[in-house]
Design a protein around this ligand. Structure first.
Ligand code: AMP
Ligand code: TRP
Length: 332
């Protein structure tokens, strides 16, 4: 069986990094795999969230996913907190994962920053919940951006440790699917920082909700260096902002970075940015329009999530039962 699971946090608008690193691939992979996609509201509360904003973001992110082409009929789209298997399995995995494994997680170090003692315990065990998300469905493949690679390695370690501790062959070892030319989209203001929902500058990212004129302005103002574009990818090695824009262009038109360099060799960034703007708007404008339509029909979006949760529950139930039996919990 080839089954996909992936998730996205409802902590704000989706941006071009989410889209190129993950969601666009989620959509393409639907043709080949059984797909389960999840808005991970339980992961979102590892940092404090305003309840009303969390509710609104959960609906909005679900609407963006539908607008981007996630098919909730052939696949499943739901929000994590509606399926209790995630929390149940996460507890068991808290008892499998070792402190030493979690201490190595770079995302925790980045997010906790200097105030490690004040980070929530939830933020620390975040990767265990992520493993539970995936393994509650015995998913085999997980499409994500580059930043999630280490978490997926931990998921494999947990599956392996569980199987070996109990002498079973219960959980598969998941394969990460990190696809395309933009697996790590960087900020438009600083080519060494990841494009992220939490960047205080909105000009650092392109949101899926941005109207065309705002996309154009953000690309025009994106940081670059004064040199023209190089003819080969080697010429981008020490130019993070240039490399980022070329990578975005390549991903948007399904070309390689080498192809894009060949095409724009010697061009000024002003010319390249115009072409990039046109490409970005052509790809994003239909998604933005569909999303706006869905935001006016939130009852529909909620019904999709509820139907998804019901179908997710019935897939996860036999797995939870199997795990309870293996661990030695009495049957309900
Ligand atoms: P998040 O917004 O952290 O919930 O991420 C949802 C998905 O988008 C994950 O698969 C991430 O790896 C991916 N992602 C987030 N930010 C970026 C980025 N700047 N570049 C590429 N992929 C990203
Ligand atoms: N941690 C992921 C992120 O922030 C989101 C996520 C939660 C996820 N559970 C998952 C991704 C399971 C893939 C599979 O990007």
């Amino acid at each position: 069986m080839r089954r996909i699971f992936s998730g996205v946090q409802p902590t704000g608008n989706l941006h071009l990094g989410n889209y190129l690193g993950a969601i666009r691939n989620w959509v393409t992979l639907q043709a080949e795999y059984e797909c389960i996609y999840c808005v991970v509201d339980m992961h979102a509360i590892t940092a404090a969230q305003d309840p009303a904003e969390l509710r609104a973001s959960t609906r909005e992110v679900a609407a963006s996913l539908l607008a981007a082409g996630v098919d909730a009929k052939t696949g499943i789209l739901f929000n994590q907190s509606q399926v209790s298997a995630h929390a149940e399995l996460a507890w068991i995995f808290n008892c499998i994962a070792r402190l030493g494994w979690l201490n190595r997680m770079t995302q925790f170090k980045e997010k906790a920053g200097k105030h490690r003692e004040n980070a929530s315990v939830g933020l620390y065990v975040y990767p265990n919940l992520m493993a539970a998300d995936i393994l509650a469905y015995k998913a085999t493949h997980v499409p994500v951006g580059e930043d999630q690679k280490q978490h997926l390695e931990l998921c494999r370690d947990i599956a392996q440790a569980f199987n070996s501790q109990y002498g079973v062959d219960c959980f598969p070892l998941v394969e990460p699917l990190i696809l395309g030319e933009a697996t790590r989209v960087m900020s438009l203001r600083d080519g060494t920082e990841k494009m992220s929902k939490s960047d205080p500058s909105d000009h650092a990212r392109i949101n899926l909700t941005d109207p065309p004129d705002l996309i154009a302005r953000k690309i025009r103002r994106a940081r670059t260096d004064p040199d023209p574009l190089p003819g080969t990818p080697d010429g981008l090695a020490t130019r993070p902002e240039a490399a980022n824009l070329v990578g975005i262009f390549a991903a948007l038109c399904d070309a390689s970075v080498a192809d894009v360099c060949r095409r724009f060799e010697g061009a000024q960034f002003s010319t390249f940015k115009e072409a990039l703007t046109e490409l970005a708007i052509a790809e994003l404008a239909p998604i933005t329009a569909e999303m706006q339509r869905l935001m006016d029909d939130l009852a529909y979006v909620e019904s999709v999530l509820q139907d998804g949760a019901e179908r997710a529950r019935s897939l996860a139930r036999p797995v939870t039962r199997e795990v309870q039996e293996i661990v030695g919990f009495l049957a309900a």
